[in-house]
Design a protein around this ligand. Sequence first.
Ligand code: BV8
Length: 263
Amino acid sequence: MSWKDDLNKAVEALSRARLVAVSSGAGVSKESGIPTFREAQTGLWARYDPEQLATPAAFERDPDLVWSWYMYRYSLVRQSQPNSGHHALVELEKLVPTLVILTQNVDGLHRAAGSTDVVDLHGSLRRFKCSANCRGFPTPIDLSTISYSQEQAPHCPHCSAPICPDVVWFGEPLPADALARAFDVASKCDVMLVVGTSGVVQPAASLSYEARRAGSTVIEVNPVASQVTQLAHVFLQGPSGQVLPQVVDWLKAHGNSSPITEV
Ligand code: BV8
């Protein structure tokens, strides 16, 4: 099919959708200057495999190394801005009855762009916590209230355990409420828009399978094929910062962009 045919097919599904789920990964933030996980990384990332750093065992073994890796990423996140792909998803939210973003990203850029219903599957690099459950739960730590360096993990003021980012590491369970909501949305959505993910990390990667199983139209946006492509009804090949604005413009111009009213 031609690009226009693919775009038409995507817009036809979106214009008829009552509930749109967006499953986003690191690729949607690439054009904001935040490197993805699996592309060849520069600097610190070139020497370490993210999956070997983003684990409780790595943090226990060398908290300062893991802390400094996250401080590097935190500096990228803090200086980044949402890109045209994030903004297009905010526009799309206004064109369909309900849109929920299920993100694997920890950079907070969907909310920063103005998306109003975002499920953080893997936590947030903008929040920090005590790595122990010193008060029966991972105590949130506001970094502005403590002194800390980029190189050494600071210590919890309550129990002296090292402080870590409030993200879900490999081998850790996802927040139960976020996971439950994500699969509920995936099982009920009319369209699952999968943007910028290699579709490797579980259980997030199963969301598009769940949506497909439940009968939704799966649309993928990615410059290259991924694990998702084989199950997508439509594959819009290209960077999300370019493709998503085109989808929104096409929906406004050609789709029945007025949400379907209840019959
Ligand atoms: C769990 C937060 C169970 C941290 C992340 C052994 C033991 C335990 C579990 C496992 C195990 N073996 C396997 C597992 C399961 C494991 C897993 O899936 N491993 C993989 C490697 C196979 N999963 C887990 O461990 C999960 N937990 O299973 O717990 C459990 C249950 C009960 C009790 C105890 C345990 C936890 C997974 C979450 C890990 N945390 N992030 C941090 O950020 O540091 S994962 C992290 O990597 C991201 O959040 C994201 O999820 C993933 C990266 O994936 P993507 O986002 O897709 O990024 P990637 O770079 O891969 O791809 C980018 C894509 O963008 C590419 O396709 C590219 O083409 C595209 N792109 C590039 N440019 C653009 C673009 N697209 C659009 N536009 C562009 N411009």
